[in-house]
Design a protein around this ligand. Structure first.
Ligand code: NAD
Length: 324
């Protein structure tokens, strides 16, 4: 079996998880890691019995692809170097700090026929995958992504760090152009917005109302979708999905639990579903799909163009809240 030779760049909080999971993927041959913090690199190298490279160039010379898990502000310089050295790139979200940088990466990758996948991980969350069999046409989306304070990630606004996940999902769920964005947000403890709300209105009339906070007392990652005759709740944190679908008559689809409502002469049924999305580790799944796409020369599941679209919306939101 052909395996993808991979290097991991940046082995902090998330890079450690990339390292642990990459070792478990048959399609991947983990060649080594690199981190500017040598002490951290040594710790991870020992813990996971993986080679440590003391220079980025040295690692790049030995691999076909890299996973870039450095802070967002360094995504561009690291990804650019990797692409220039003809390496396929998996890059954590958000793709880069600015859309101009993302455009440059896309240009290099196109010229060199290289793949870029962006780590929009919630697409692979079992709670989201569980909805594959259902028709989704949400008219109103309510999103809450709240987390307890942690200095990691505060180098960028909460929009780029947390809300970007929901922006990606919403753009998948509502495939129409954006008509308008209204946003507000404030800096509470760090030098960029820690809590924010954005109301995105689409050309088809759908509305997404997203709240993201990194200064909450409790963690929550939820999307609630309202569409004609259905209410859908997606709990990304607890990996639980619930659907309530209004039906006429007695035609209850398989797996649904009916509740009758309304008077006898105009009886309706609400059918409850809680579909399971499978026992999937989202990060392992996205790395596996990246390796498969490179080895089989197929499209990656979340490409750089999508990463750029998400980032452009995030930039519009930040612009709105800084210059209302
Ligand atoms: P972190 O600060 O814990 O780790 C970053 C590591 O990169 C550190 O060990 C640092 O020494 C190293 N580093 C910095 N600059 C480097 C460079 N130029 N070359 C090599 N190593 C370098 O940060 P983190 O929380 O692991 O976040 C890393 C990235 O992952 C960020 O882009 C973040 O947005 C993303 N992230 C994504 C998710 C997700 O849900 N997909 C979750 C957390 C973080």
């Amino acid at each position: 079996m052909k395996r993808l030779s991979l290097g991991i760049i940046g082995v902090g909080h998330l890079g450690e998880i990339h390292t642990r999971l990459a070792k478990q993927i048959d399609l991947v041959q983990l060649i080594g890691i690199y981190d500017t913090n040598l002490k951290r690199a040594e710790e991870i190298s020992k813990k996971y019995e993986v080679s440590l490279f003391r220079s980025l160039e040295e690692l790049l010379d030995k691999v076909e692809a890299v996973s870039i898990v450095v802070p967002t502000e360094s995504h561009f310089e690291v990804a650019k170097l990797a692409l220039e050295k003809n390496k396929h790139v998996f890059i954590e979200k958000p793709i880069t700090s600015s859309s101009e940088q993302a455009e440059q990466l896309i240009k290099i990758a196109k010229e060199k026929r290289l793949k870029i996948q962006v780590g929009h991980i919630e697409r692979f969350n079992p709670a989201f995958l569980a909805l594959k069999a259902f028709e989704l046409e949400p008219l109103f989306i309510e999103g809450h992504r709240l987390s307890k304070f942690n200095p990691r990630g505060t180098d960028v606004s909460v929009i780029f760090d947390l809300m970007i996940h929901d922006i990606d999902l919403v753009l998948q769920l509502v495939p129409y152009p954006i008509k308008s964005i209204d946003a507000c947000g404030v800096k509470v403890v760090s030098e960029s917005e820690d809590i924010a709300n954005a109301r995105i209105v689409f050309e088809n009339g759908s509305v997404a109302n997203l709240t993201a906070s990194r200064i909450s007392l409790k963690d929550m990652r939820k999307l609630r979708l309202f569409q004609r005759h259905s209410y859908i709740s997606i709990d990304f944190l607890n990996k639980k999905t619930e659907l309530f679908i209004l039906k006429d008559g007695n035609n209850v689809p398989e797996g649904g639990i009916p509740f009758q409502i309304g008077p006898e002469d105009n009886r309706k049924e609400i059918v409850y579903f809680s579909p399971a999305g499978g026992d999937i580790n989202p990060l392992k799944e996205e790395l596996f799909l990246f390796a498969k796409a490179v080895l089989e020369d197929r499209k990656v599941p979340v490409d750089a163009e999508q990463g750029l679209k998400n980032l452009k919306v995030a930039e519009q939101i930040v612009e709105q809240l800084r210059h209302p």
